[in-house]
Design a protein around this ligand. Sequence first.
Ligand code: TPP
Ligand code: MG
Length: 311
Amino acid sequence: MKSENLAWLIRRHGIEMTHLSGGSHIGAILSVADIMAVLYSEVLNFDCNNPKSDTRDRFILSKGHAGASVYAALAENGFFPVEELKTHYQNGSRLSGHVSHHLPGVDFSTGSLGHGLSAATGMAYAAKKDKKAHKVYVVLGDGECDEGSVWEAALFANHNELGNLVAVVDHNKMQSMDFCDKTMALSNFAAKWSAFGWNVIDINGNDHNELKNAFNKKFENSKPTVIIANTIKGYGISFMENDILWHYRFPHEGWEYDNAVLALHKNKPADVVDPYTPNGIENPAEIPDGADIYNDHTTSATWHPTWNKEG
Ligand SMILES: Cc1ncc(C[n+]2csc(CCOP(=O)(O)OP(=O)(O)O)c2C)c(N)n1
Ligand SMILES: [Mg+2]
């Protein structure tokens, strides 16, 4: 499948899955959708009929709260039925809110931030020792990079010359309650990775060509590589973009869901069929006057809707 089509479907599944379950992290799912789509359509070597194949590339979504994006990518690539996506976050489902290794195609469970790079580094170290040709890919959040364990793993990867390791940071400049700069600044982020001995590629992480070029880039050294993918949290749905409300809020029944689906349909590739609302939304609920939309919901906001209500 073309990466653009997969990215659209990841976004559409993400809206449906969080809507049906009352789950969260839609902003994080929309942010990482293009990275996931390029990985699962052009980069990773896998076989859905043999998910544990020894020669497969290993992949870890370290920002495990965006689990819906990996579930959607796996289902669209034949690892399990697309229909199962609707069970996300429901009691008894294999598709838990955060990424679970009980699913075929998942190498490592995540959700507690800060562990994915360490696990990926161990996998890359083992592959190197065993002279295996596969690569190890891991996607981290930028807020996640506040975790000290990330930098310990970065040191280890450099020390052991893990040229088979590629980390991607979904650099959307936001974390759960506010902008990264207001929470814990990552100042000189690219220079930090470089100082830790990594090859650094800095790109627009919502642009498929830039992502493909970055993944294809070959370095004449044995350093690990980090792709700093500059993204927009909530990308693709304007009223969710850069609004921290959508880190935890899910698209509710009514204008939120209708307008999210409408926004996606404005950019739907002609050859993609929407599995839930094939004709889009015919009579969308209108955005009511006074709707809490395009407001600053960060904890550092000088005006905050919750504070106003509670006095
Ligand atoms: C160890 C740990 N602490 C806190 C959390 C709660 N939490 C979930 S998502 C999140 C913010 C993550 O921000 P970032 O890594 O930038 O991811 P984004 O959603 O922006 O892609 C936090 C703090 C967690 N999952 N794990
Ligand atoms: Mg972030």
